[in-house]
Design a protein. Structure first.
Length: 66
């Protein structure tokens, strides 16, 4: 089972910690808000994804089992 990243755009304040920790799956738009890769995460990135979720100061990022 693969994991997928989700972001709540209402809670996100554009701190960009997630993109710094997981640039393979998260880029930033022109305003500094995350743009997530819609594909499931490759198995080797799951640990980094959990770190990015934990680092989100507004708890806007979450990891969902697909």
């Amino acid at each position: 089972m693969a994991d997928k990243l989700l972001v709540n755009p209402i809670d996100c304040k554009g701190h960009a910690a997630c993109a710094e920790l997981l640039p393979e799956a998260i880029t930033l738009d022109e305003w500094g808000y995350p743009v997530l890769d819609p594909r499931p995460l490759p198995p080797g990135l799951e640990r980094h994804a959990r770190a990015a979720v934990s680092a989100c100061p507004t708890l806007a990022l979450r990891l969902q089992r697909a």
